[in-house]
Design a protein around this ligand. Structure first.
Ligand code: ME8
Length: 505
């Protein structure tokens, strides 16, 4: 059996349209899903929408529509965004689907049967925007630590005995040092759990838009318990759980606590294995400013793609900042990446090599007799591939992986300059052929490695090298699957155009 890999995005709230944060998480997951498939794993990649709760109900009321209509409309926007971004998810779950409602209710019943649910009364602070309860001590100037408004809530509620899991959670983090990434976030979570866990209110009675609590329909399930269960219900829980435990839940830093504290505690209570890893990524600002609706600087990912191109957008988001850190989006940084990394380095390499083979070798992969420098370049590319694999599999270090791919292109461009194949044409045609072969083979390796990040451009590059679709898995990166001399190549086409600022008319 192939090794499995189950990866999830957060499920997105349907109170509004998608923004850059949604695109970012989805692209990061897609890179991993594609990487793991190319690495020979059996992948399950899940995304979806989080449709219940007070926030969605209130937004629908404001817009004079029903929560279901609002959810239908916005869920579709998320689905379309995934298509636009070339996201390769295998499933898309909506929490209003029957399969989810039934699975979430079954999960509730298991928690109840195990004795970890009791009924009581909640009185305390709640933030509708965050869909989160806050302690008095957490408030900052009367607001949630996130800046969201809070309201005082007093209502009958069921509670989950979260306090009973404090020690088990700490032991679990201790035994599984890779459970929370990055490291700094792990420390935050441990400190939070050590500071003491209170039981968690897991049902609401003052509004209706949620999954009814089994056996007590005056209550709806707390939207986070409902939402987290999606990772199981999408697999067919309680009947089927193939692929569980999840290998990675990708989340933003603001929702780490729900995933790294509440979720494993619920699962422990239900006697189900916790997921293997939670990665909390950072947040984007826009030209140095916090992104917010009131500032009117929300970035629409559809516009990014329309303006800069799909692969360019994917590349920028994965390359610009170390994954886990916060990052700043700016037009200037985007254009610099497009021109310096994509057009001038990788694009230019492909252009030079493929057009020289086209002109000087009749578009046929030439014969070769390697010199030491050729072998050195190819083995560099091979070693980089191994390093990239480690960066992605163990650390999800996307920017470093792309940097390593860029280094192969830089070396290859240097190899062109130092060998000057255009001069060799007359002086030493045999040597020219070997140099061009080496460079084309180097491009093949670059093309293979680029696939998860910029799938369209990588496919175009591999097509131009006449690599059959079934020769594109990572195990083909080595010499055993190298280009065959004599292979006819199609006419070369540009890969990554330069960004030219349009001059005003
Ligand atoms: O939180 N930069 O959904 P959501 C980067 N429904 N990421 C950002 C961001 C920014 N400026 N702004 C937001 C939810 N995000 C829940 C999840 S999972 C069981 C339930 C990220 O639509 C944010 O960190 O509000 C989060 O991971 C994601 O967008 C979805 O947020």
């Amino acid at each position: 059996m192939k090794e499995k890999f189950y990866i999830t995005t957060p499920i997105y709230y349907v109170n509004d349209k998608p923004h850059i944060g949604h695109a970012y998480t989805s692209i990061a997951c897609d890179v991993l899903a594609r990487f793991m498939r190319l690495d020979g794993r059996k992948v399950k990649f899940l995304s979806g929408t989080d449709e219940h709760g007070q926030k969605v109900e209130q937004t629908a009321a404001k817009l004079n529509t029903t929560p279901q209509k609002l959810a239908d409309e916005n869920s579709e926007h998320f689905r379309e965004l995934l298509k636009t971004l070339n996201i390769s998810n295998d499933d898309f779950i909506r929490t209003t689907e029957e399969r989810h409602k039934q699975g979430a209710q079954a999960f509730w019943k298991v928690l109840q049967k195990s004795g970890y649910i009791y009924s009581g009364k909640y009185s305390g602070w709640y933030s509708v925007r965050d869909e989160a309860y806050y302690q008095e001590s957490e408030l900052v100037n009367g607001k949630a630590p996130t800046g969201a408004d809070v309201e005082w809530v007093e209502e009958p509620s069921y509670f989950f005995k979260l306090s009973a899991f404090q020690d088990s959670l700490l032991e679990f983090y201790e035994k599984n040092p890779n459970f929370i990434a990055p490291e700094s976030r792990r420390n935050e979570v441990i400190a939070f759990v050590k500071s003491g866990l209170k039981d968690l209110s897991i049902s609401r009675t003052t509004f209706k838009w949620g999954i009814p609590v089994p056996g007590d329909e005056k209550h709806v399930m707390y939207v986070w318990l409902d939402a987290l269960a999606n990772y199981l219900t999408a697999l067919g829980y309680p009947f089927k759980t193939e692929f569980w435990p999840a290998d990675l839940h990708m989340v933003g830093k603001d929702i780490l606590r729900f995933h790294a504290v509440y979720w494993p505690a619920f699962l422990m209570a239900a006697d189900i294995d916790p997921p293997l890893r939670i990665f909390a990524h950072g947040w984007w600002t826009n030209e140095g400013q916090k992104i917010s609706k009131s500032l009117g600087n929300v970035i629409d990912p559809n516009e990014l793609v329309a303006t800069y191109g799909l692969d360019q957008t994917r590349y920028f988001l994965m390359r610009e900042i170390p994954f886990g850190n916060d990052g700043d989006f700016s037009r200037e940084k985007m254009v610099t990446r497009i021109n310096a990394d994509l057009a001038n380095n990788i694009g230019n390499l492909a252009q030079r090599v493929l057009s020289m083979i086209n002109k000087n070798c009749d578009g046929i992969v030439p014969e070769f007799h390697f010199e030491e420098s050729d072998k050195k370049l190819l083995s560099f590319a091979f070693v980089q591939a191994d390093k990239i694999r480690n960066e992605i599999i163990y650390d999800q270090h996307f920017s470093r992986a792309l940097e390593l791919i860029g280094q192969i292109a830089t070396r290859a461009n240097e190899h062109i300059d130092s060998n000057a194949p255009w001069k060799l044409k007359k002086e030493n045609p045999e040597r020219m052929k070997s140099v061009l072969y080496t460079l084309a083979e180097c491009l093949r390796r670059i093309g293979l490695l680029l696939q998860p990040f910029v799938p369209d451009a990588a496919a175009k590059l591999l097509d131009q090298l006449a690599i059959p679709a079934d020769h594109r898995l990572f195990h083909t990166v080595g010499a055993g699957s190298a280009l065959r001399p004599g292979t006819k190549l199609p006419a070369p086409e540009g890969l990554f155009p330069r960004w030219e600022e349009k001059k005003p008319l």
